[in-house]
Design a protein around this ligand. Structure first.
Ligand SMILES: [Zn+2]
Length: 323
């Protein structure tokens, strides 16, 4: 009997640290094939990976639990064929990073129930990230966030350093109600021991998902390309203003931005109404040096897009809407 290839699924709401976790896991040196699902049509997360020399499949422009659910099975079959045909195995495990609005259940259903996949792969861990500052609001507002918690084998609580007094304790109480049996831990990415974390994330049994089609999400995304490198304070003002005006609706901004005076691109992140400090990314050989931003909103996309384009126009930053 052939050995099954272990699969780790990373889930967690928009902006909760899934890509950071993926980077930490990839740093442990185990040869890994990665499947990234992004809700937005313009992929960003692949640029945020520190390790680039890996088998990487990006499934973007929809969510793996609904719109592009059918893409997972052929992707995993292709990876298995590559693995099986290679004299030197190209990877020893697969990590799937789901989109921030995905419910894990249909993804687990595909992995566990499809006979061919369940013969070749073994679902090993389902890990959910949850950002403490936004956790209570997200769990209250979004069924997707609750589903992520419910299906996780282990919860990683992130951004404790940005939490207000009492927030962490409130999140613990909420988790007692929503997922009392699920182990959780506060993470500090700098000192996190991934081997320990993966060791505790293996469940002794797992509830089988139901084979129900999941309802479409009430999230929409819009992607922008910027024609010219933007002046950072100008762009920052626009993003801050949008986050303020659409405090409820604008659930996520992410992007890769090239400034006129800097070689290295900047990674841009906002979630929960908060624009995080930007960080520099390595220069990639294939860079086209075009800045791109993805906005994910929980509201009517047309109204938001009009406001978005007007904001960029008003600041004289020429932006092209892709989707
Ligand atoms: Zn979905």
């Amino acid at each position: 009997m052939q050995n099954k290839i272990p699969v780790t699924v990373i889930t967690g709401f928009l902006g909760s640290g899934k890509t950071t976790l993926l980077n930490r896991l990839l740093a442990d040196g185990v040869k890994t094939a990665v499947v990234i699902n992004e809700f937005g049509a313009t992929p960003i997360d692949q640029d945020l990976l520190e390790e680039q020399d890996i088998p990487l499949t990006v499934l973007s422009g929809g969510c793996l639990c609904c719109q592009i659910k059918g893409a997972l099975s052929p992707t995993l079959k292709n990876l298995w064929m590559a693995w099986n045909n290679a004299a030197t195995k190209p990877f020893e495990r697969i990590i799937i990073e789901t989109s921030g609005v995905a419910s894990p259940e249909p993804i687990l259903d595909t992995l566990l129930r499809e006979p061919w996949l369940s013969k070749s792969y073994r679902l090993q861990h389902v890990i959910a990230t949850l950002a403490i500052p936004q956790a209570l609001e997200q769990l209250h507002r979004f069924a997707e966030a609750r589903a992520q918690i419910a299906w996780a084998d282990q919860l990683l609580l992130t951004q404790a350093d940005l939490a207000e007094a009492g927030q962490t304790a409130d999140v613990y109480s909420q988790l007692q109600l929503l997922a009392p049996a699920t182990p959780y831990q506060l993470v500090n990415w700098q000192i996190m021991n991934t081997a320990d974390m993966l060791g505790t994330a293996v469940p002794s049994f797992r509830r089988l998902p139901t084979n129900q089609p999941s309802a479409e999400h009430d999230f929409r995304s819009v992607s922008l390309y910027l024609d010219h490198p933007p002046i950072w304070p100008k762009l920052q003002d626009i993003l801050q203003d949008l986050l303020h005006r659409y405090a409820e609706e604008l659930v996520r901004i992410k992007g890769v931005v090239y400034l006129p005076d800097q070689e290295q691109p900047l990674a841009i992140h906002a979630a929960g109404g908060h624009l995080y400090p930007s960080s520099s990314l390595p220069i990639r050989a294939a860079d086209d040096r075009r800045s791109r931003l993805v906005f994910i909103i929980h509201a009517d996309i047309e109204d938001f897009s009009v406001a978005l384009m007007a904001a960029f126009d008003g600041a004289e930053l020429k932006a092209i809407r892709l989707h």
